[in-house]
Design a protein around this ligand. Structure first.
Ligand code: FAD
Length: 468
């Protein structure tokens, strides 16, 4: 838990939820002369839905035209692409191909192309079956045609969240982890947020609590929506499968969502998923036998060769689906409160655009903004992307600091130097899981069987030193 020593008695703005959306909003607002706090229930940033998704930087080609989501995703694509190049967040512009497997899906392709154009994306092309197989030779039999989406890309969702939160802290945001908001009190001067770690006073509140946003909204007296956790399970295949898939292979989307895809990952693996299953338990991030069987059946039709490869891991994330066809971003000027809800399946891409929009909504509701006089440069993040150079490959770096030459995790080739750096970073990991997201350590085919004990000992040693 963070306990800052120089926090004001009353913050100008408190943002609740340190996922991608809340971190982006805190970063945006701390670009102005405001005292901002970012409150997070868990012990680390990026530990909710933002850590477990399919990690695609969407063009927004398939969004519903005219929605706020469509606008935010296409703007977010531009903003995040630019931010990634400035911070070193790894992105691979693999492109995607949407495949039609029956006549009905084939007939849907012109409509999807028109939809993409209505969303401002002009680069889709309808291609025949021969072109589909030329693009993805390992695809299973029966593809009738496809739609290309050349700008869909893969990205590291962990680094996006961490970069935005680090940037926010560097700009002056106070990060308060371990602060689950449980109760609120409002009076003429502001709001008291009663958290698991004590009260926090603020003039304005932004609710970016993802799966918990409706519960918090209820504390402000609203009952305008309900979050349904929509579980998406995924299978991650070994790096040896990577040559089979060098672009994102998408199905024709349905009303349930984007469907099951096959995609390379930024870490050099291949991913199959996600499922789409409405649950009631907002903590049910475990995987299931039925989900696994469903994905294997889909995978067998999509790419039979993939199923011969070894599975490295499975995981699941929960989309914050709501009973409303769009994002729900609404300000309540009277309570100095902004809801940022229903950011279901596109929030990784749209986060920075949502932050701009949230800022404008706050201004319309009466928040006064004066730009900060000076802002630090955005942080330069450690590269976790397999397609780009990593420390173990950099002779000069190793010569200057031998810790970058000592590999601890052999599957993912993570060095002691990277583990040490993460533990001494602006937002150090609270636990081994956080170290995994910051470095890729323990993520490979042995799943920490070989390196687990050493990683733990480096983590404990370096965390202790960093706390001194
Ligand atoms: C299977 C799956 C696939 C996806 N694929 C993609 C994709 O390819 N591309 C894309 O752009 N998007 C994708 N998404 C969507 C994307 O992951 C989400 O939209 C995004 O992560 C939402 O971020 P968030 O900050 O709103 O929520 P979160 O990351 O969940 O953050 C909310 C935070 O609020 C905290 N919180 C909750 N209640 C409280 C409280 N009372 N007090 C304090 N803190 C609280 C939580 O602990 C959490 O850390 C996918 C999602 C899933 C599940």
């Amino acid at each position: 838990m963070n306990t800052p020593t120089d926090s004001p008695d009353v913050y100008d703005v408190v943002v609740i939820g340190a996922g991608i959306v809340g971190s982006a909003i805190a970063r945006e607002l701390s670009g102005y002369q405001l005292s901002v706090a970012l409150l997070e229930a868990r012990d680390d940033v990026g530990d909710g839905t933002s850590k477990a998704n399919t990690a695609i930087l969407h063009t927004g080609f398939d969004a519903k035209p005219g929605t706020l989501e469509s606008t935010m995703v296409s703007r977010g694509y531009q903003l995040l692409s630019d931010y990634a190049s400035r911070t070193g967040i790894p992105v691979e512009h693999t492109g995607a191909i949407l495949v039609a497997w029956d006549d009905e899906q084939l007939d849907a392709l012109p409509g999807l192309k028109e939809k993409a154009e209505a969303n401002g994306y002009q680069h889709c092309e309808i291609v025949d079956s021969a072109a589909v197989y030329a693009a993805v030779p390992e695809l299973g039999p029966g593809a009738l045609g496809g739609l290309t989406v050349p700008d869909e890309s893969i990205i590291c969702t962990w680094t996006v969240n961490l970069a935005l939160a680090t940037d926010a802290v560097n700009r002056g945001t106070t990060l308060l982890t371990g602060h689950r908001v449980e109760r609120i009190e409002t009076d003429a001067d502001g709001t008291t947020l009663h958290t698991a770690a004590g009260p926090v006073r603020t003039r304005w509140v932004v609710n970016a609590a993802g799966l918990g946003a409706d519960v918090l909204d209820g504390l402000f007296g609203f009952s305008r929506f309900t979050v349904t956790p929509r579980r998406g399970e995924l299978i991650v295949y070994d790096k040896l499968a990577r040559p089979l898939v060098d672009k994102i292979v998408l199905p024709v989307p349905t009303s349930r969502g984007k469907g099951v895809l096959v995609s390379p990952t930024i870490y050099g693996n291949v991913m199959l998923g996600p499922t789409s299953e409405d649950l009631t338990d907002r903590t049910a991030t475990g995987t299931s036998e039925t989900g696994f069987d469903f994905l294997l059946e889909k995978g067998r039709a999509l790419m039979p060769r993939l199923l011969e490869e070894e599975v490295t891991a499975t995981y699941a994330g929960l989309r914050a689906a709501i009973d409303h066809g769009d994002y729900l971003i609404e300000a309540d000027p009277a309570q100095h409160y902004l809801l940022v809800g229903g950011i279901r399946s596109t929030g990784l891409t749209a986060g920075i655009a949502i932050a701009e929009y949230a800022r404008d909504q706050l201004v319309s509701a009466g928040l006064e903004l004066t730009p900060a006089e000076r802002l630090p440069d955005p942080p330069r993040m450690p590269n976790l992307g397999e397609a780009f150079e990593r420390p173990y490959q950099q002779a000069e770096k190793i010569a200057a600091d031998p810790a970058y030459g000592r590999i601890v995790c052999f599957c993912e080739r993570v060095t002691e130097g990277e583990l040490r750096d993460a533990c001494h970073s602006v937002i150090p990991p609270a636990a081994l899981e956080g170290l995994r997201r910051r470095t890729r350590v323990m993520n490979g085919r042995c799943q920490a069987f070989f390196c687990g004990a050493e990683v733990k000992s480096v983590f404990e040693r370096e965390s202790q030193e960093s706390n001194r």
